[in-house]
Design a protein. Structure first.
Lengths: 647, 867
């Protein structure tokens, strides 16, 4: 069983690597994808069969320990139970269908290799999430899923809209990662060694001895719920899902119709013992579900495009799943998940048929969409519209049209203030900044010299500086080098602050910085090369399309970006976890600024990467024009004989 | 060349620029602007047209260059592409010489140009700096550092999409007869929730005013200088040409929508400007910089000084013309007498078959004639001369069955022979059950219970595509137990002003007209088959672009059925006899439909045949089956994923599976590689292998001394075939600007069109999957007629002459007897002298030519084996 679990987990990774190494030839990539998806299918099916044979055990497997230092351990933990079985089965079914579908559908598409690379990394991340045995591993998978989502939405990088929308989805993901990152840290804090999913249930077995206080459990649950609702596009994050439908149709089907959107449900199922322990959190989940159902079903009514309509239908069903979860109907949720995943996936795949289906008989596949003739306009909302006063009708329509105003609210509450702060910081004179920093440090220094305050409070101004550096990175997008510097500065300040809090954490900080510093260096070199020919006076406000003009450097910049934001390919990922869980065990307050800084760094980096590498290149210098001019000059005296009748 | 550069382009905006100093004339400006918008209607009927109709009044190369400068599109293929074709031998040296000769240079200069043709060039494939992307508006936005488009477009597109929606969203936005501006104002002013961003105080004051006035105020604030107004508006609309063009089409022709809407370009502009103003205030404060107050970067085009006068890139122009001439002369050489005498003692044909001129029928006709020399084929525009609106049994609305230039006056309905069993409609009762209701709770229940079934269904569709599911109703399975209601019983028009059916004399006009056009007025064989065509595909929003172009993107079956019925009618025949067309009593007309994607054929109105059996039909049907299979085999050479074996059965299975696979974005390649159009007797081309590249129209040069028939034919083929050709050409040359981009991320918006993602602009033109194997070259029309008669004809084709004079299509006259050829060049006929070594390759069977080939193939001469 262990072997099979590893096989199901690693086969997509193998596929990813093979495709990465193979030349950009369609036939080869098709063959690799085909065999890898089938091998994974065999592994998954035999895993499930074995599991059934063994009488449905909850199986845990510790592969190896990635890192261990005194009381801290980072084991690679895998876990398999009923929930994993259902999800994994669904992944197998949908993934193999989608791969078969795409082999033909993407035929001759210029991003063939890029597409298969991304969906293989997506499935790897997905399997990692599903098979994870602890929140840390789950978080790693979560990040991989988020990043491949980001790349697939921006698959058509020539156009601004996909690029913007991918950033939107990424921002929501990243924002909700605050929940998961803090959640994973808190679970370290609360359950110490026992953050294994396998042991979670036992912890809560004795109602009289909860593993932690109500307050901290409540906080932990809330954090997890935020993480879950972001990924599943639940209230108040519904708006990103329809806008994420920018990639090729099958990728939208697998991500946003079928699998990715149900990951929030998975997270809640996994951490069920933690949050269902308390009625308040159950109520919270219930309310999120209910609000989502109301808003999404109203928003769906005025979607005049087919993919948006399916997206909102899907969100509504996930909302129902949240409600079911809060009522403790786990089995029902699993059935519901399967039904919704397959249905939406199918609907998205055949969504182009809608025109033929609604307007014409011949050649239409049965898409299971209604015929919307006037006679059938007789259901509830319409009848409401016919009886309501006009003001309310209009209000309802505007509410539906603006999708519950959720995006406006989130923008106004979160995005805009952060951006304003960032801009304000950037507009401040650097000397003033330095002065303030120095003054703060002096003050504290004075405080602990004179009054005898603990040295570790020096970390407070450093933490503030760290957040400021992040905000500064966030506030500008036209100066890539300074963004890169600010991100690095923020990370280094994080390391220093941790040192002040816990001087013993030197090794942890070293691990963290060993991921950050090389990434920064790489980024600076690449940026220097990329911007070499750039006119310094020219604004970088427009998209520069360097992925097309300078593909190699762009790839390097992307890698640098990944490492800088702590993606699980760099030691910074482990370091991030270490800084959080180890160094802050005594000073919980520090977790908040450091998480916020990490999250904002990620978004700022992504923005700059997009500005530089995506977009459509335009004619930089026209060689013909130069040649034509040369010719014209060389024949200035001799006018060519005119052609007849032209003018 | 220099002449071409220096000529001044007629100034579209000139007049208004002069007046602007006094007062800005909004309506005039909107008319100028609308000229530049794409003219593609709702996606349900796809009408091919010249993508660059806006510059059609200019010579081809200048027009293309100007359009590139306006829209930011490439004008030619990348230089490397032409160079590759040269290395492959597809572009010939003599053609380069010919093209160089047309540049106006000579001597040493020519040598210099010729040398530079072969230099490397890696930059020309980037799109040019243009008005749409680098105009005053963009310069201004970059200085402001404000992405206004990103803010305004999603809101505007949502409003437009919901307003124009034809049936996707469940709540309709407009009230009965409400116009767009009123509708938006209703939402903005009379709702408890603000309509974002119209809640801004500055904008609220404006809302109660008329849209004209609002536009003036907004322009004053945003632009500032009335000389720049028109350019600003143009650039604003060119940032979303798809929606702007759609609004213009709906404004001018409300009937293009099934559910009509009242909207105008002016209202669109007003709403967009109001939104822009709101955002400018919100983001940049009251005193934001106006367009007039910024310093424009050097070289920014200003329309007030007239349209830009871009240079035509000389080398690309030479390469392109050389490529076209190489390809065109392949046909011209083959049309010359080859010295090979074909057996003239022809058997009297026992079957005559009419096909559409469509290039996809070219190969099928070749196979039919090769297999059985007793079959004679004719080509005519696929509506077979009968224009009407058609409403099938299950159709909710009547649709036009004729080229777009004709406005039909007659309505034809399909009626069932027997009463249809209840409930047997497209709403297959069971599969629709769970979606009839929109209630949230029921949705929940059904997802729970039935969702799992979709796993099986999806797997079935993806892994077993070829197998037919009962609920897929194919074109070829059209119920034939119906008949058309053709004969008009009384002359009162319907509510919409249409006549219900035709009178006998009208029928005779239509039938006689077509028969005269194709030159078939006597020697009818006992069986005449009228083969219309259509195409079946699944999961394809562009389905209409796959059907018959002469029927405005519909299958031509109703026309074929109508024609056969009329031509079989005794009354009609009597009238025709009086006009000199003698159809023998034993001749039967039979209607059929060729499904071009599945290569299948359906014969209609079998019940009529049972009463009057047609002689030789079963033999013809057998020959047709073989021909269709070989045709499928020939088509398979373009499909990379098709079986590479030589089995015709496998090939036929493959094309059938293709048309029913939900994951197949290319059910067929339609008109890809269309290049020639030949108007003449079939004898001229019957021995040629033209690689499915030719539109073939039958025409008898001996019966048209006045050129009147030629006028009729040219009036149909120039817009239809020329439109197809140019739409393919431009979609291919710049697929992301002139074309619709790749099909894969398309999302159907309001049943009107497709867009990328949920909030993108409507995409016009052809998707990449339709044009990827296309060789973009202009159409060559070869008319088998003397120059003198052609001149007479050209004098009577009206505005269409623009196409010829400006070289948007090329015309060659081929003398009916001597086969001498002359190229039409700006009103004059140039004699064509082909190099002596230009030989047309020969082969015995078509299969010998195409098997293993993956590129386009030159015209071959087929030598009939005398057995």
């Amino acid at each position: 069983m262990n072997g099979l679990m590893l096989a199901s987990l690693l086969l997509p990774l193998l596929g990813f690597l093979l495709i990465f190494l193979s030349p950009n030839k369609e036939k080869k990539i098709a063959a690799i994808s085909f065999w890898c998806s089938h091998a994974m299918g065999v592994a998954i099916v035999s895993l499930v069969v074995l599991w059934v044979k063994n009488d449905f055990p909850n199986h845990e497997f510790e592969w190896f320990t990635l890192y261990a230092a005194d009381d801290y351990k980072f084991p690679i933990l895998l876990y398999f139970d009923r929930i994993s079985a259902v999800y994994l089965g669904c992944v197998w079914a949908i993934f193999s269908i989608i791969v078969k579908y795409c082999l033909v559908y993407l035929h001759r598409e210029s991003g063939y290799k890029r597409f298969f690379l991304t969906i293989f990394s997506f499935v790897f991340g997905l399997n990692l999430v599903i098979l994870s045995g602890s929140i840390d591993i789950l978080f790693a998978g979560w990040e991989i899923v988020g990043m491949s989502s980001f790349l697939l939405i921006a698959f058509y990088r020539h156009r601004v809209q996909p690029v913007r929308n991918s950033l939107r989805a990424y921002t929501v993901y990243r924002f909700c990662d605050i929940g998961l990152l803090l959640g994973s840290w808190m679970s370290h804090l609360l359950f110490h060694e026992s953050q294994h999913f396998s042991q979670l249930a036992n912890l809560f077995n004795h109602a009289s001895f909860p593993p932690a206080g109500y307050g901290s459990l409540l906080l932990l649950s809330t954090l997890i719920i935020i993480g879950a609702s972001g990924k599943s596009a639940q209230f108040p994050f519904c708006f990103w899902l329809p806008r994420a439908m920018e990639g090729p149709t099958p990728s939208s089907a697998i991500f946003y119709g079928a699998l990715s959107v149900h990951l929030g449900v998975f997270l809640l199922l996994r951490t069920d013992p933690i949050w269902s322990y308390h009625y308040l959190t159950r109520f919270l989940v219930f309310m999120i579900g209910l609000l989502t159902v109301v808003i999404a079903s109203v928003s769906e009514k005025t979607q005049s495009n087919i993919k948006g309509q399916i997206a909102y239908a899907s969100i509504t069903q996930v909302g129902f799943m949240f409600i079911e979860l809060s009522l403790g109907l786990d089995t029902l949720v699993l059935v519901h998940f399967l039904g919704n995943a397959f249905l939406r996936c199918y609907q998205l795949l055949v969504s182009p048929s809608i025109v033929a289906h609604l307007l014409r008989l011949e050649g239409s596949a049965d898409t299971d969409f209604y015929i919307n003739s006037k006679a059938k306009f007789s259901f509830l909302p319409v009848s409401i519209r016919n009886t309501l006063p006009e003001v309310l009708q209009n209000t309802l329509y505007v509410f539906s049209l603006q999708e519950g105003n959720l995006e406006l609210v989130i923008r106004a509450l979160v995005w805009e203030p952060l951006k304003r702060m960032g801009v304000a910081i950037n507009n401040t004179n650097p000397w003033v900044k330095a002065l303030f920093g120095l003054a703060g440090a002096m003050l504290i220094l004075f405080a602990f010299e004179g009054v005898g305050v603990d040295r570790k409070y020096l970390s407070i101004p450093i933490a503030v500086g760290m957040v400021f550096a992040s905000l500064s990175a966030f506030g500008q997008q036209n100066k890539p080098v300074s963004v890169w510097n600010a991100i690095t500065l923020s990370s280094i300040l994080a390391g220093i602050a941790v040192l002040f809090i816990n001087p013993l954490a030197k090794l942890d900080v070293a691990i963290f910085l060993s991921g950050i510093i090389p990434a920064w260096l790489l980024g600076i070199i690449v940026l220097h090369k990329l911007l070499k020919n750039q006119d310094p006076s020219e604004s970088l406000f427009t998209y520069q399309a360097m992925a097309e003009t300078q593909p190699r450097l762009s790839l390097l910049l992307f890698i640098s970006f990944l490492c800088l934001v702590g993606f699980p390919i760099s030691p910074a990922f482990l370091g991030e976890d270490l800084l959080l869980s180890h160094a802050t065990s005594h000073d919980p307050w520090f977790a908040l600024p450091i998480t916020i800084a990490f999250i904002i760094n990620g978004i700022a980096g992504a923005r700059v990467f997009q500005r530089l590498c995506m977009g459509r290149p335009t004619e930089i210098c026209t060689e013909h024009r130069i040649i034509t001019n040369e010719i014209k000059q060389s024949f200035k005296e001799t006018q060519p004989h005119t052609i007849q009748g032209r003018n | 060349m220099l002449n071409e550069i220096e000529i001044t382009v007629p100034l579209v905006s000139h007049g208004s620029a002069m007046q602007a100093k006094t007062v800005f004339d909004l309506d005039k400006a909107i008319d100028h602007i609308a000229h530049w918008l794409p003219a593609q209607g709702p996606i349900k009927d796809f009408i091919h047209h010249n993508t660059l109709h806006a510059v059609q009044h200019l010579p081809f190369h200048e027009g293309v260059a100007l359009a590139g400068k306006m829209f930011g599109a490439r004008s030619y293929l990348p230089m490397a592409h032409y160079q590759k074709m040269y290395r492959q031998g597809r572009i010939k040296d003599f053609a380069i010489g010919w093209a160089l000769g047309r540049t106006g240079y000579s001597g040493k200069q020519l040598e210099t140009i010729k040398q530079t043709l072969f230099e490397q060039d890696n930059l020309s494939h980037y799109s040019p700096v243009s008005l749409a992307n680098h105009g005053i508006r963009n310069a201004w936005l970059i200085q402001l550092e404000l992405e206004l488009n990103v803010l305004v477009h999603p809101i505007l597109f949502r409003l437009l999409g919901n307003f124009l929606d034809q049936g996707i969203s469940r709540w309709t936005l407009p009230k009965e007869g409400e116009c767009f501006w009123d509708c938006v104002m209703r939402l903005a002013q009379n709702s408890l929730l603000p309509l974002y961003p119209l809640q801004e105080p500055i904008v609220r004051e404006l809302l109660s005013k008329e849209s004209d006035h609002v536009i003036q105020i907004c322009l004053e604030k945003i632009v500032g200088d009335s000389e720049l107004y028109e350019q600003y508006l143009l650039e604003m609309l060119l940032a979303h040409p798809g929606w702007a063009g759609m609004v213009r089409i709906v404004e001018e022709n409300p009937r293009s929508l099934l559910d009509p809407r009242k909207i105008s370009l002016k209202e669109l502009i007003a709403v967009e400007l109001v939104c822009e103003l709101a955002f400018l205030h919100k983001k940049k404060g009251v005193g934001f910089l106006s367009v007039a107050s910024i310093s424009l970067p050097k070289g920014t085009t200003l329309l007030k000084d007239g349209l830009p006068k871009p240079e035509v890139p000389l080398y690309l122009k030479v390469w392109h013309e050389a490529m076209e001439w190489s390809l065109h002369t392949e046909l011209l050489a083959a049309l010359k007498p080859q010295g090979i005498t074909t057996p003239s003692a022809k058997v009297r044909p026992y079957v005559q078959a009419f096909f559409c001129i469509d290039d996809r029928e070219c190969s099928l006709r070749r196979y039919l004639e090769q297999i059985d020399s007793g079959i004679e084929t004719f080509g005519a525009a696929g509506f077979f001369g009968i224009d009407f609106l058609y409403q099938g049994l299950d159709d909710a609305y009547p649709v036009a069955q004729c080229p777009v230039i004709i406005t039909p006056k007659h309505l034809i309905r399909e009626v069932g022979q027997e009463a249809k069993p209840e409930g047997e409609s497209k709403a297959d009762a069971i599969s629709h059950l769970h979606f009839k209701s929109h209630s949230v709770l029921r949705g929940w229940l059904y997802t729970q219970t039935l969702g799992l079934g979709y796993a099986a269904r999806m797997a079935w569709d993806v892994f077993r595509p070829g197998s037919k599911l009962p609920k897929l109703k194919m074109l070829s399975e059209v119920d034939s137990h119906t008949q058309l209601h053709l004969l008009r019983e009384n002359d009162t028009p319907t509510e919409d002003g249409y006549l219900l059916g035709f009178s006998y004399s009208e029928m005779a006009d239509k039938v006689g007209g077509l028969l005269t056009n194709i030159g078939l007025t006597n020697h009818f064989s006992p069986l005449v088959v009228i083969v219309a065509h259509g195409s079946s595909s699944v999961n394809n929003p562009h389905f209409a672009a796959y059907d018959c172009g002469a029927c405005s993107g519909k299958p031509g079956a109703p026309n074929a059925r109508a024609f056969a019925w009329m031509a079989n009618n005794e009354e009609v025949r009597k009238i025709l006899y009086g006009r000199g067309i003698d159809i023998p009593g034993g001749t039967r007309f039979v209607a059929a439909l060729h499904n071009t994607s599945r290569d299948e054929i359906t014969y209609f109105d079998n019940h009529l045949l049972e009463q009057n059996p047609a002689e030789g039909l079963s033999d013809f049907q057998k020959t047709m089956e073989t021909a269709l299979q070989r045709n499928a085999h020939e088509r398979c050479r373009w499909f990379e994923l098709a079986p590479k074996s030589n089995s015709v059965n496998k090939a036929h299975d493959h094309v059938t599976a293709r048309a029913t696979s939900i994951f197949e974005p290319r059910p067929e390649y339609n008109h890809s590689n269309n290049l020639y159009c030949i108007v003449g007797r079939r004898k001229l081309t019957s021995d040629l292998f033209m690689d499915r590249r030719a539109f073939l129209h039958s025409y008898d040069p001996d019966k048209d001394a006045a050129g009147n028939i030629m006028v009729r034919i040219l009036s149909a083929i120039i817009p239809v075939c020329g439109g197809i050709n140019l739409e393919y050409l431009f979609s291919c040359i710049d697929n992301s600007v002139y074309g619709a981009g790749t099909k894969l991320p398309h999302n159907v918006i309001g049943l009107l069109g497709v867009a990328n993602g949920v909030e993108g602009d409507l995409r016009t033109g052809l998707p990449q999957q339709m044009i990827e194997v296309h060789e973009p070259a202009r159409l060559l029309i070869v008319a088998e007629q003397t120059c003198a008669i052609l001149d007479k004809a050209l004098a009577n084709i009206g505005d269409l002459k623009e196409w010829l004079d400006n070289d948007w299509v090329r015309l060659v006259s081929c003398h009916p007897i001597t086969k001498e050829q002359f190229l039409y060049n700006d009103g004059l006929w140039e004699s064509i002298n082909l190099p002596a070594d230009l030989k047309t390759p020969t082969a015995v069977r078509s299969e010998d030519i195409f098997v293993g080939q993956t590129e386009t193939i030159p015209v071959h001469q087929l030598i009939r084996s005398h057995s």
